[in-house]
Design a protein around this ligand. Structure first.
Ligand code: NAD
Length: 705
């Protein structure tokens, strides 16, 4: 998709009568009226790679609309000339600066007035949509009388990911236009629709190719394009109060399976709004503005907006092109197979080497499944499959731009492999290791060009885990680091630069959390109660279930590896855990671990009994995460709190609505966290002793104030 759009240069786009080169460069909209009297408004916000909805754009649109009201064209076309798409949504920076609900309401009312004006324009209006048409962009398009989706357009309402719902008329225009249940589904899940799916729903009136845009616009101007939206039985059923109440209850219970109201209020607020006022345009509009404004100032929305920028920050680490076109992977096991497949999926040639044939065969099979599931388009799947090449003899090593070693975690084995590889590698190529625990300083010893050796630590499963730790060492060259970070963004993962210290960042911070859960089990606390305490805090999955997912063998090995090598204490794992591993009860992958697993692959959980001090339990689990985070900052494992918070959210799922461990510590209050840690240390032992990093943090906070 990205590739297709990049190939679509603005010159190949239908721009009607507008000569883009001659248009003023400081305006958001470029305009022109064609021979048929159709006014073309081409959106091309200066200095940006994408269009957004912001104050300046709406003001300009407002001025244009007042002109058009005086001298109405035969029809009005709104389209973007950015190759990236129509409009990606509201400018999220704006959301960070608005702090009081009253201020937000005021800004929204002004924005609504412009969109309402567009809707009321007497002539035919049409949004020509290519690429991303999201959030505020889709809301603007919905105020046009017709919508044409071009090529691989993607339409959706992603506001829910930011702890919001649509706020520019989307809640009522979408539910009025198409089956309200479908519209609500789009807004509640944030999932996008393809041009074809949008046409089926009636969200757009035609799905066309670029070469047909001029003809389609002309047909709209002549009134020849009918609305694709049709009101059906469903709309009638949902237009009554009881019908909507029934549907709303079902929506609520579906949402509740995924998100708790106290953590993520937005979907519940949207359902409430529609249940109360669905079908009543005026009440919906007033309610939408009120509800959006009150959501925007909640901690949840502000923290999720923070998460959006944390993601941008990590992406920014890998800015620029890596220039890597061929990746050679040595070791086709759990990690290597997936790494190679993921690189092939991202458009690179990936050769996959292993000592044995069986792991390569297995890796090729699971790669096929992953590609089918994640790409869907048969041609894209075929091309990605073609790019993944089984290479038992390791011929690819001589041609690759990057070699990733993913053989078992043994220092000598890895070093022997490097000795052979460095003779074969082409000049300038990078050698990387996927090691999770061996210090890079030990691995690089003996290399001819240690400057071109780096750690690229993927997480399992590669296709689902967004974070990749890029591990530095004392002799790594800046250029290699830069190329490696860019490579990680090239394959659509988020790079976090970390120092080569034991466990790097994510495993080190996660281990005390997982072990605390094991110690709680030892004390007789039910596993369901432990998991629920963590989920109530906001973790996507409790630590007991997570340990089963990671594999008891892997979790135990990491813990043993880290013990004694760090400035922060790692408690000893209970003996029964080792015994379980010896018996082969390894978690989900063997069907038994800390939980038993049913045929559906889900853990069999009993309803937890009693409300036994969940907050106390949550503190025992979560405060070690904060304490270790502070230690990692003190030691310089990561450069700042933003990188740490981003890495923990995208690497472990740490409660996103809390904004990350450090942000949570700061909002709870550093003094309060230190006090609680000291109390826990008195009660449960030295592992809770507050790290020295806290005093440094307090000092910095005082100085900043
Ligand atoms: P694995 O045992 O599943 O796979 C290793 C593969 O390497 C095997 O297929 C083996 O046949 C092959 N191999 C062994 N010697 C070789 C040689 N000389 N040449 C070519 N191939 C050889 O191991 P894994 O779990 O994929 O781990 C690989 C690396 O990734 C380790 O360093 C591990 O610490 C790290 N890692 C693992 C995970 C995880 O969750 N499994 C996560 C992150 C990092």
């Amino acid at each position: 998709m990205g590739r297709m759009l990049k190939a679509l240069s603005p010159r190949l786009m239908e721009t009607g009568p507008v000569d883009l080169a001659a248009a003023p460069s400081d305006a958001n909209f470029k305009r022109g009226r064609d021979a048929e009297g159709v006014e073309w408004l081409l959106l091309d916000m200066p200095g940006r790679s994408v269009n957004v909805v912001d104050g300046s754009m709406l003001e300009e649109l407002d001025a244009i609309l007042s002109e058009l009201e005086k001298s109405p064209p035969k029809a009005l076309v709104i389209r973007s000339v950015k190759p990236s798409g129509f409009i990606v949504g509201a400018d999220i920076k704006m959301f960070r600066d608005l702090k009081s609900a009253g201020e937000v309401e005021e800004a929204l009312r002004r924005a609504h007035a412009v969109v309402d004006r567009l809707e009321k324009l007497s002539c035919p209006t049409v949004a020509v949509i290519h690429g991303n048409c999201l959030g505020g962009g889709l809301e603007l398009a919905l105020a046009c009388k017709r919508r044409l989706a071009v090529g691989k357009a993607k339409l959706g309402f992603p506001e829910v990911m930011l702890g919001l719902h649509p706020g520019l008329g989307g809640t009522y225009r979408a539910t009025e236009l198409i089956d309200p249940a479908e519209a609500m589904q789009m807004m509640l899940t944030g999932k996008t629709k393809s041009a074809r799916a949008a046409k089926r729903l009636g969200l757009v009136d035609a799905a066309i190719e670029e070469r047909h845009v001029a003809a389609a616009v002309s047909a709209v101007a002549k009134g020849e394009v009918k609305s694709a939206a049709s009101s059906g039985l469903m709309d009638k059923a949902l237009s009554t109060g009881p019908g909507r109440r029934f549907a709303a209850d079902r929506m609520r219970s579906k949402v509740a399976e995924k998100a708790r109201k106290e953590h993520y209020p937005a979907p519940y607020a949207l359902i409430e709004l529609w249940q109360e006022h669905g079908g009543d345009r005026k009440a919906m509009q007033a309610g939408e503005i009120r509800s959006f404004a009150s959501l925007l100032v909640t901690d949840t929305a502000q923290n999720l907006i923070r998460v959006f920028f944390l993601r941008e920050g990590l992406k920014g680490e890998g800015a620029g092109k890596s220039g890597i076109g061929h990746v050679h992977v040595v070791g086709a096991g759990t990690m290597g197979g997936e790494i190679a497949a993921w690189c092939a999926r991202s458009g690179m040639t990936a050769t996959l080497e292993d000592l044995a044939l069986a792991p390569i065969g297995k890796a090729m099979k699971s790669a096929s499944r992953m590609l089918e599931k994640s790409l869907r388009d048969p041609l894209a799947i075929r091309d990605a499959r073609d790019r993944l090449i089984p290479d038992p003899k390791g011929y690819g090593a001589a041609k690759a731009d990057l070699i990733i070693e993913a053989v078992p975690e043994k220092l000598e084995l890895k070093r022997t492999i490097y000795a052979t590889l460095q003779e074969k590698m082409r000049p300038g190529a990078i050698l990387a290791t996927n090691t999770s625990s061996i210090p890079l300083e030990d691995l690089r010893a003996g290399l001819k060009e240690p400057g071109r050796f780096v750690g690229i630590h993927f997480f399992n499963p590669v296709s689902r885990m967004q974070l990749v730790e890029v591990v530095r060492h004392d002799q790594l060259s800046e250029e290699t680091l830069k190329t490696t970070l860019a490579f990680v963004t090239d394959i659509e993962r988020l790079p976090a630069p970390v120092a080569s210290s034991p466990g790097f960042l994510v495993n080190r911070v996660l281990t005390p959390y997982l072990l605390e859960a094991m110690l709680l089990l030892d004390e007789g606390v039910a596993k369901e109660v432990i998991d629920e305490a963590a989920e109530e805090f906001g973790m996507p999955m409790g630590p007991v279930e997570l340990m089963d997912n990671i594999g008891l063998d892997v979790g135990l090995a990491v813990a043993e590896e880290l013990r004694g090598r760090l400035s922060t204490p790692i408690p000893e794992a209970p003996a029964w855990l080792r015994q379980k591993v010896e018996k082969g009860e390894l978690g989900r992958k063997t069907g038994n671990g800390l939980y038993a697993y049913g045929k559906d692959g889900k853990p069999q959980k009993k309803k937890p009994e009693g409300g036994a001090a969940r907050a106390e339990l949550a503190d025992r689990l979560v405060l070690p995460i904060l304490n270790t985070s502070v230690a990692c900052l003190r030691e310089g494992v990561v450069k700042d709190e933003e990188t740490l918070d981003g890495a923990m959210i995208f690497g472990t799922g740490f409660a996103p609505f809390r904004g990350g461990p450090m942000h949570y510590a700061r909002s709870r209050g550093v003094d309060e966290v230190v006090k609680r840690l000291s109390e826990l240390a008195e009660k449960h032992g030295e592992r809770f002793r507050p790290d020295d990093g806290w005093s440094q943090l307090r000092r910095e906070t005082r100085e900043a104030a």
